[in-house]
Ligand binder design. Sequence first.
Ligand SMILES: [Zn+2]
Ligand SMILES: [Zn+2]
Length: 270
Amino acid sequence: MTVFLCAACATQMPDSDQPPASCPICTDDRQFVPASGQRWTTHPELAAGHAARLEMDGDLFGVGVTPSMSIPQRALLVPRAGGLLWDCTSLVTDEAVVALRRRGGVSAIAISHPHFYSSMVEWSEALGGVPVLLHEADRDWIQRSSPAIDLWSGDRLRLADDVVLIHTPGHFPGSCVLHWSDAPAGRQALLAGDSLHPRLDLTGVSFVHSVPNHVPMHPDRIEGIRDRLRGVEFDDLYGFTWGLNLIGGARAKVDQSFTAFLAAEGHPTR
Ligand SMILES: [Zn+2]
Ligand SMILES: [Zn+2]
């Protein structure tokens, strides 16, 4: 049996003798099957041609993949409650595990939404079987299951005195963000996954159903995220990939973006 991994979105599939007929993540309207067709790889094959990218992103330690994959997300370490790894990547290496242990280790993985489920089971196993926290609203998007997967429900899940997951449905029904009220240098940080998507000029965020297909989010969902983030203060917002972060004044930039995005969609703001 082999654990096949989609070469486009880098999601591991259930063990099988043959590659699956298609990838449920890529055939969904939020992603796309490359024009060249569906391709499958495996973790050993991926490891032969890639390495872990281990470096700081803003004030936080990040883990990514180099050369970059088609969804180039990076995970971030929140050194609280025994170590929390926010989001996930497709490639697990000994070097990455050692680097995380050197910074205090990882006791749980929390993932924003299904595009970053990637090699979550492989990561959990490499880190000693740590739980993988996913919002239960996205349970149908889990491809490779594991007893380590721990579904949470409701609006919030507190992980430490100063760390909480906030359910922000929109991009996916189970999309969530991580709020860290005592981040390094006395700052408050919002780790946003794809729930809020920083613009390339880093002056604000967009709210999108699909990033690569440029499909905006329904205005009711945008209003919903605004309500769920009301009263949540943050200086910095960390997007899904390296450097795509709003450092300083992020709360005001997000507030302006809610107004601008809803106006652009012709939606009267409340
Ligand atoms: Zn895929
Ligand atoms: Zn996404």
